[in-house]
Design a protein around this ligand. Structure first.
Ligand SMILES: NC(=O)c1ccc[n+]([C@@H]2O[C@H](COP(=O)([O-])OP(=O)(O)OC[C@H]3O[C@@H](n4cnc5c(N)ncnc54)[C@H](O)[C@@H]3O)[C@@H](O)[C@H]2O)c1
Length: 480
């Protein structure tokens, strides 16, 4: 059955969702207040890098089933409206800013009465604190025929198309959690081709649906910070975190995914979502229950600090030193630089006086927009030329595959820090590189530290390679 669908907010989530709904055979209109974004999408230009999205967008436009607008009045015909609005961190707190969602609901309720009470389903996809759906429904459902449900989105940037069309599961939140709720059948009709492929859908109450998403992201962030906390222990004891994580991941109960130590998580979701989850728990009087998320966040932040300190130790100072940063996106296969660990490290090195060159296969445009004046070089070889230190901060395939021998010829001094634990230390050392990495020892056969963690006070860069006894010049305790 072909349905008329709108998607309100056509960012990473919404644009992919709109094009995917057209792919399923529906007539789709995507709306955004950002007119440039609307014009780009209407012209077939993806406003971000997402594998497979350009083709999906073009197919939708060519079919005549997909179009874009900035005018809410054009949504009046749609039977189903998806909400893909951003829920960023509040400027003055840790909670989620629901302003975009509230504003979109207000604009939508102005056009819905034109439907004369015909059944209209509004489906929230944004990540929101528990209680948001019920609050928004109270406003929206004052319009005759309008009903709200919450259907959180679990897509991963870099796999967004695949995750939208073949999700692991579909979660439907309705007020009472009742499978017989009329909204369930309406959304089933939208997702019919997906459900026919055997994808499981779970119906539950509004708050449970909201909490599934918040918990999923909190769990993933916790798993990453857990292994990064272990990496700190590895740095203090001379162990190699990749040995630990490989063995841990073979335990079925634990699993290997999200267990790679490195520079930690970033992006437009995990950091703000764990903070919003914690803020929401505090609002509900159970802040203690999720208090550990504060530590998850702190461990994550410390990896960035540690990387800056390690660069400083390796060079014996940052002022005027030429550093090439491989990667700007918060993860490979994306051009998203929101809360990007790589970009934050680059920015902190610049602030400390280093001459930083950043390269990335896709994210230089977004990086420039975020940090005007950032020195960016698109070609990897050019970016590496004359570097005194190379930092691998986003694990794009192209950087994982770098040839240490050929790369050594490009740089001024063969020194590299692997921030993502993806390079083979032996191969790089054999090619003459000073190789360091987060969570890995500075030599192949580290001596057991004599007195781990006991040193106080600044030490020279020579001393800095002794595991477990380094205090960086910035005063941050950084076991080597
Ligand atoms: N990006 C992801 O990987 C991902 C994955 C799962 C869930 N989510 C969640 O989905 C939501 C959207 O995330 P995103 O990354 O797509 O955000 P985004 O910032 O890329 O997109 C949001 C869009 O909404 C538009 N907008 C703002 N106010 C509007 C209004 N009143 N009317 C119409 N459009 C408006 C903005 O211009 C922007 O284009 C967030 O809650 C996020 O946490 C994102």
């Amino acid at each position: 059955m072909t349905l008329r669908i709108s998607v309100i907010g056509i960012g990473y989530l919404g644009a992919v969702h709109a094009a995917s709904m057209a792919e399923l055979g529906h007539e789709v209109i995507g709306l955004d207040v950002d007119r440039d974004r609307v014009a780009a999408l209407q012209a077939g230009h993806a406003p971000f890098h997402e594998p497979g999205f350009d083709e999906l967008l073009q197919r939708g436009l060519d079919s005549g089933r997909l179009r874009f607008t900035s005018d809410y009045a054009e949504l009046a015909d749609a039977d189903v409206h998806f909400l893909g609005l951003g829920t960023p961190q509040l400027a003055d707190g840790m909670g989620a800013d629901l302003g975009h969602l509230r504003s979109a609901i207000a604009s939508l309720t102005e056009v819905l009465p034109a439907r004369g009470g015909a059944p209209t389903l509004v489906v929230g996809k944004s990540t929101v604190p528990a209680g948001t759906s019920r609050e928004l429904a109270a406003t929206l459902e004052q319009v005759d025929g309008a009903r709200l449900m919450w259907n959180p989105e679990f897509l991963r940037e870099g796999f967004a198309v695949q995750d939208t069309l073949v999700p692991d599961r579909l979660v439907y939140g309705v007020p009472s959690g009742d499978e017989q709720d009329e909204r369930v059948a309406m959304l089933d009709a939208v997702y019919a081709p997906i459900l026919e492929r055997g994808v499981t859908r779970l119906v539950m109450g509004y708050e449970a649906a909201e909490l599934v998403k918040a918990s999923a992201n909190a769990f993933l962030a916790t798993k990453i910070s857990f292994i990064n906390a272990v990496a700190e222990m590895c740095e203090a004891t001379g162990a190699d975190v990749t040995d630990v994580s490989r063995a841990l991941g073979m335990d079925d109960r634990i699993g290997a995914k999200f267990l790679r130590a490195g520079l930690g998580f970033g992006g437009g979701c995990l950091p703000k979502d764990i903070r919003a989850f914690l803020a929401s728990a505090e609002d509900h009087g159970v802040g203690d229950a999720l208090g550990f998320l504060r530590e998850v966040d702190a461990v994550n932040g410390r990896r960035r600090t540690r990387m800056v300190a390690l660069a400083e130790e390796t060079l014996g100072g940052l002022e005027g030193r030429r550093i090439t940063v491989l990667g700007a996106a918060f993860k490979p296969d994306s051009d998203d630089v929101r809360d990007s660990p790589a970009l934050e490290v680059a920015s902190r090195l610049r602030a400390a006086g280093a001459r930083v060159t950043v390269t990335d296969p896709e994210a230089l445009r977004t990086a420039q927009r975020r940090i005007p004046g950032l020195c960016t070089v698109p070609d990897t070889q050019d970016a590496l030329r004359d570097a005194e230190l190379v930092l691998l901060l986003t694990e794009w395939r192209e950087y994982r595959d770098l040839d240490p021998v050929a790369t050594a010829d490009l740089v001024a001094s063969p020194r590299i820090i692997d921030g993502r634990a993806v390079l083979d230390p032996q191969a790089w050392r054999e090619a003459g590189w000073e190789f360091r990495a987060l969570g890995r020892p500075d030599s192949e056969a580290p001596e057991a530290p004599q007195n781990p963690g006991s040193s106080e006070g600044p030490v020279s860069s020579d001393e800095a390679i002794t595991p477990g006894r380094v205090l960086s010049p910035s005063g941050v305790r950084v076991p080597a």
